[in-house]
Ligand binder design. Structure first.
Ligand code: MN
Length: 344
């Protein structure tokens, strides 16, 4: 027998009043998500920026790396700061940095040195990733590793701070939550995530509109690229491991961009019996980005950590220093065997 009263109590963590005071105490704010921001990072940054502007703050959203074009509806690209330098003169005008969907500046600027770190303006962190150690440097942190998404945390923050949920804020927050829960189909689609999403729908949020924008707005180049990339699909470890490649040559042949390959890792993941899907993407500058998705009992996070990366238990990534996806795959296969002991 379920007593609804038990579910009325939101189990989530809320920001403290001093966290909100730090946020509202600043006037010129820059919000940044992790590099190559996804729907959660950009949706969360956008929603928070719009809410703070409604309170009279001067707020900018900046980022490093690539944004897939299907996310541009969140905020006019003209309003976004692209490729922020960590030592740019713009920082002198900023009272407060807010890092969302990551634990701090080193997830935005990968080659940030210690001196540059110390020279940054004061910063806050809002995040739902798991950490093994202490977080360096923020004046305050609003962190809940159980939360589905940073979007869910921004919902709680806006409620706690008595902000107004305007239509663009609602849309940005729903986009953030559906992006990280894959439209409520993963284990992180918790009662708390659905409760926040339910509140957003009650406020006029339109899931169909967001689904069309996120999943049915791709270029023909993406489809050509997908057909090439799918040809590279291979199975290992009795069908428990699936790999797929994306090369610079495929990009040229399909007349597509790297952004067009977003989410391709979901294809090898969709094969019955696959516990780990790995996608090797040549990203230029002598690097291959390796994205992983796993099913229980395989931890994509643990495997990514063994290769110097990180992420969530079921979704993680690392970077391999080689220009060739095939070479990154060979190195991966050489190092992977021990992780599949648990799955036998
Ligand atoms: Mn996230």
């Amino acid at each position: 027998m379920i007593h609804y009263s038990q579910y009325d109590k939101d189990p989530g963590i809320y920001p403290t009043s001093s966290f909100i005071a730090s946020l509202l105490g600043a006037n010129k704010i820059l919000i940044a998500g992790h590099s190559d921001p996804d729907g959660d990072a950009l949706g969360s940054a956008t929603a928070l920026a719009l809410a703070l502007r409604d309170r009279g703050k001067e707020v900018k959203v900046g980022h490093i790396g690539r944004i897939t074009p299907n996310l541009f509806f969140l905020m006019d690209p003209k309003e976004l700061f692209f490729e922020l330098p960590y030592n740019g003169s713009y920082l002198g005008e900023i009272d407060l940095l807010v890092f969302v969907d990551c634990h701090g500046p080193e997830r935005v600027w990968q080659d940030l040195g210690h001196q540059e770190f110390l020279a940054l303006p004061p910063f806050l962190v809002i995040d739902h990733h798991q950490y093994d150690g202490k977080i360096d440097g923020p004046i305050d942190i609003f962190h809940d590793p159980i939360a589905s998404s940073t979007g869910e945390l921004i919902c709680r923050l806006l409620k706690a701070g008595d902000f107004t949920f305007t239509a663009p804020i609602v849309r940005a927050l729903l986009t953030a939550i559906v992006s990280d829960t894959n439209f409520f189909t993963q284990t992180n689609a918790t009662a708390s995530a659905l409760k926040e999403a339910g509140d957003l729908v009650a406020l006029g949020g339109n899931l169909e509109d967001i689904n069309v924008r996120l999943n049915y707005s791709w270029s023909i180049g993406r489809m050509r690229l997908l057909s090439q990339s799918l040809n590279s699909l291979e199975l290992y470890c009795n069908g428990q491991l699936a790999t797929m490649l994306l090369t610079a040559e495929m990009l040229r042949a399909a007349d597509a961009t790297l952004e067009d390959a977003d989410g391709f890792v979901d294809y090898p993941r969709g094969i019955e019996g696959v516990l780990l899907a790995v996608f090797f993407k040549e990203v230029g500058r002598g690097k291959v980005k390796v994205s992983m998705r796993s099913r229980h009992p395989v931890s994509a996070r643990e495997i990514a950590q063994a290769f110097g990366g990180g992420g969530h238990v079921m979704a993680s990534a690392y970077t391999e220093l080689t220009p060739f996806a095939q070479e990154a795959k060979e190195r991966f296969l050489n190092g992977i065997c021990r992780f599949f002991e648990v799955a036998k």
